[in-house]
Design a binder for this molecule. Sequence first.
Ligand SMILES: Cc1ncc(COP(=O)(O)O)c(C=O)c1O
Length: 370
Amino acid sequence: MDFIDLKSQYRRIKPSVDSRIARVLEHGQYVMGPEVTELESALARYCGTTHCVTVASGTDALLIALLALGVRPGDEVITAPFTFFATAEMVALIGARPVFVDVDPRTYNLEPAMLESAITSRTRAIMPVSLYGQCADFDAIDAVARRHGLPVVEDAAQSFGATYKGRRSNALSLIGATSFFPSKPLGCYGDGGALFTNDDGLAQLMREIRVHGQDRRYHHPRLGLTGRLDSIQAAVLLAKLEIFDAEVAARGRVASRYASLITDAFGEHGQVRPPYVEAFNTSVYAQYTIEVNDRQAVETRMRAAGIPTAVHYPTPLHLQPAFEYLGLPAGRYPVSEAAAERVISLPFHPYLTEEQQVKVIDALAAAVAG
Ligand SMILES: Cc1ncc(COP(=O)(O)O)c(C=O)c1O
């Protein structure tokens, strides 16, 4: 069994992917070709924003967003400690200081009630993460941000396609930044990402930063990077976008099936529970993540039963060696630390069959029972 099955998906979209890639090979505009422009219009339409700026990765999306907002060395950017490394890494790479706010124990997203106390005179931006495919509580976060005149950037690397109160992820804040890494709900065949905004000035700035801060050929008012998405990756994404809504629906069906199998196996209030999704959210389940006691034993027993699992993420960012200089001790963010010890992600993709899911939950029940 695969943890994520991209081969079944390729079989489904092969004619469209192959012909779109062949077209790029024939026209030869490998960088900033017509596919990139077509994709940016399609993605902006999909998310409901005025602008989409495609970029080379989700990491570049975060970096470009922060640079466009003018985040500088010495500034502070507030984010969650329970996320992939890149979120705080890009803040620190600029020379700014990541400031962490612990997460909600059910959704694993930044706890808005604790946000205000983290704001100082040096805070320049708030960057919540929409983890595992479910959006953070943007209305509550915005209310605090607006009181302090701070911009909000959604790290939507895992939530492209999710909705919050009927609005799409990436369109919930000043800038949305997503990833098209192959394993993401919408992924390409390499690295890719995109930025979303309704702000014309910011969109222009992000386009310039994407190409070395250039506003016209060989004229550079500011610094930037080589942050473009390739035409071939854009072609792949255009093909995948054709079936994306159907795949999101299939992800929802697979998740519901897991939820009832888990409830059947462990009971309504058993020690393993399905992921919690807020009533106002729809999740795209970038990961299907549950909590268990004695995770290492469960992982080992599942592996022995032929079921691949993964841990997203075993170490909260304040305890990563690279962030030791922040001087944040263990115990500082208890919810993130407890989650990091207990979470485990099950095989998940839109093509998982009921039979495979039964096998996963049978193995899980046996692994938990010891
Ligand atoms: C929450 C989060 N932020 C940022 C990134 C970085 O995206 P990429 O791998 O495309 O650079 C990821 C990717 O795993 C992510 O999960």
